[in-house]
Write a protein that binds this ligand. Structure first.
Ligand SMILES: CC(C)(COP(=O)(O)OP(=O)(O)OC[C@H]1O[C@@H](n2cnc3c(N)ncnc32)[C@H](O)[C@@H]1OP(=O)(O)O)[C@@H](O)C(=O)NCCC(=O)NCCS
Length: 144
């Protein structure tokens, strides 16, 4: 298996949503996961939205973002048929490298309690618990 890591493009959008469903990450397809929003994000996060490809088949994703203070790892996911072969770790490393090139010295991720595969991956990749219990809140705009 020669899985390569490469930037995602808008043409990958359908495959990205399908991959997230297969990996049981999310079945969202609207708001920030809509095609139009994905296109905007790709423009603003050049080189940070990465895919793992086996030939033409998308088998993993990571969406790197930063808010100028801190880098964020989002939507790290690997096709179940490709898990446990180091693809998630490679995606994470590639995204970290791209974020560091953009000047980020701190990189963070939110991981749901109980997601042991992800918690283990981040622990093995050098991430430490940053806070105690975090209560995350979100608010949607009325037209969302
Ligand atoms: C988390 C995820 C991306 C890991 O991808 P992966 O390609 O399997 O990861 P790797 O092969 O690089 O694994 C690295 C380490 O993570 C840990 N890990 C990965 N899968 C694991 C599992 N099922 N159970 C326990 N630990 C696991 C192990 O420590 C592993 O190292 P090892 O194989 O040498 O023991 C993948 O399980 C996934 O897509 N999960 C569903 C989506 C998700 O929850 N994403 C994270 C959102 S925060």
């Amino acid at each position: 298996m020669a899985v390569r890591i490469a930037p995602l493009s808008l043409d990958d959008h359908d495959a990205v949503l399908e991959l997230w469903r297969r990996a049981r990450l999310t079945d969202h397809t609207n708001l920030r996961d809509s095609r139009a929003s994905f296109a905007r994000q790709l423009r603003r996060n050049k080189g940070l939205y990465l895919g793992a490809f086996d030939g033409d088949r998308l088998v993993g994703t990571v969406l790197g973002t930063h808010d100028t203070r801190k880098g964020w790892i989002n939507r790290l996911a690997v096709d179940p048929a490709y898990q446990r072969r180091g693809v998630g770790t490679r995606l994470l490393r590639a995204c970290e490298t791209a974020l560091v090139r953009k000047g980020m010295k701190v990189i963070s991720a939110f991981v749901m309690e109980g997601n042991e595969p992800s918690l283990n991956l981040f622990r093995r990749s050098g991430y430490e618990p940053a806070l105690g219990a975090v209560h995350m809140r979100k608010k949607l705009e009325p037209d969302a």
